[in-house]
Design a protein around this ligand. Sequence first.
Ligand SMILES: [Zn+2]
Length: 69
Amino acid sequence: MTTIIYRDSFARGNVVRETVPKDERNACAWCGQPARFRYGWDDDSGPRHSHISPKQFCSRSCERSYNEC
Ligand SMILES: [Zn+2]
């Protein structure tokens, strides 16, 4: 299940967050703490389709830090 957390009208899409099922949770790819979410991109064009990264994170700030490096 994905939730829209940020609408990027300039890029015509949404940043989405998926809650990882409990038995699939790993460590946060950035800080190593228990992760709960995967983040991705949901494009406005065409049928609704989310591109979710397989990496898991504990928070949006960790996901941003990871992708800025
Ligand atoms: Zn983290």
